[in-house]
Write a protein that binds this ligand. Structure first.
Ligand SMILES: [Zn+2]
Length: 340
């Protein structure tokens, strides 16, 4: 989750939130599902303990540490028998970009940087529905190491966003192990979200399948702890009121409610927003309860609630399985599509 918020954005979002609160129907009560799942605490711990370990050195955006994390994730997708969808038949998608130095004059040359996305695909089994794509995503980078910081200077990013990457890997495992989805499913783990969504921006210009086949994107961000602002074991969806995706997922068993922190502007603070601006129905699933370890070295494994995380991911398996096999095409509600 990135920290950029402008006062104007806050104001606009507040207006949207007020409009939604006035006009929205009562929250749809989530139904419980009882289905066997491949999501286990043991498996969740395995991914988390690798991604948020000190050895991963905080997966700093556009660094060698980010690349190491990308290679780890690629190896997991391979083991899960998800097909590669990156460059040259591999899982990795290399992204070069130029970034202006903070505080540098406007005419100063930017710095050349390289980041990495990890892309996997399960091609749809139904000839008709295979031309529709569901994108499940998270960001693999975090803040890295701050050498001049005394004490623990590794920003492990266990919640932000090793937890989201773990969710995508668990969903990949569940979908790859079960009957083949009718629709095509792309799994994308983006690089350099924290410094401005560079991985996602490149992805939407260079997608593995045509961009107009994408019917929905769920980004997973910060689900490692419960949010006391919502019911226990409940997740929330950023921009819930902007489309009918969240309410339909809830009707199909997802424990998903509206974002209880609209003033935080989370809809615009993750990679989903890059795709939403392109017109794709794209939201972020989260349970970030505004804890004070956000973007601090203490966002580490010792603060992860593995039971919550395992239950949260497991609760999304059947709703996602429904989505990847249905003919439901989510739509923006009036005024919900971001304009810029
Ligand atoms: Zn973040």
């Amino acid at each position: 989750m990135n920290p950029r918020i402008s006062p104007l954005s806050r104001f606009i979002l507040l207006l949207v939130a007020i409009a939604a609160a006035v006009g929205a129907p009562a929250a749809i009560v989530a139904q419980s599902t009882k289905t066997a799942t491949t999501v286990t605490e043991q498996s969740v711990r395995k991914f988390m303990e690798a991604l948020a370990s000190d050895e991963m050195r905080g997966r700093g955006s556009a660094t060698a540490d980010e690349l190491a994390a990308a290679k780890y994730i690629a190896a997991q997708l391979r083991a899960l028998k998800v097909d590669p969808a990156g460059d040259n038949g591999d899982y990795l998608q290399t992204v070069k970009f130029t970034r202006r130095q903070r505080g540098a004059p406007a005419d100063a040359p930017g710095i050349e940087m390289t980041t990495t996305n990890v892309l996997g695909i399960i091609r749809g089994s139904d000839p008709k529905f295979a031309k529709e794509t569901i994108l499940l995503s998270a960001h693999l980078d975090h803040l890295g190491i701050r050498a001049n910081l005394p004490g623990d200077n590794i920003f492990n990013g266990a919640d932000d966003d090793a937890s989201g990457v773990t969710a995508v890997l668990e969903l990949a495992q569940a979908l790859a192990a079960g009957p083949k989805p009718k629709r095509t499913v792309v799994f994308a783990l983006f690089g350099s979200e924290e410094i401005g969504g560079y991985g996602a921006r490149y992805f939407q210009e260079h997608p593995p399948v045509p961009i107009d086949t994408f019917v929905a994107n769920l980004e997973f961000e910060m689900i490692a702890r419960p949010d006391s602002a919502v019911a226990a074991d409940t997740l929330w969806l950023t921009g819930y009121e902007r489309s009918n995706l969240g309410s339909e997922l809830a009707r199909h068993g997802a424990k998903l409610v509206a974002d209880p922190h609209p003033e935080e502007n989370f809809f615009r603070r993750s990679d989903n927003y890059v795709l939403a601006r392109k017109g794709i129905i794209a939201h972020t699933v989260s349970s970030f309860g505004l804890h004070t370890d956000y973007h601090r070295p203490s966002d580490d494994l010792s603060h992860v609630d593995f039971k919550h995380m395992t239950d949260a991911i497991a609760s999304m398996v059947e709703p996602v399985r429904w989505l990847v096999n249905s003919d439901f095409k989510p739509q923006w509600n009036e005024g919900g599509r971001p304009l810029e």
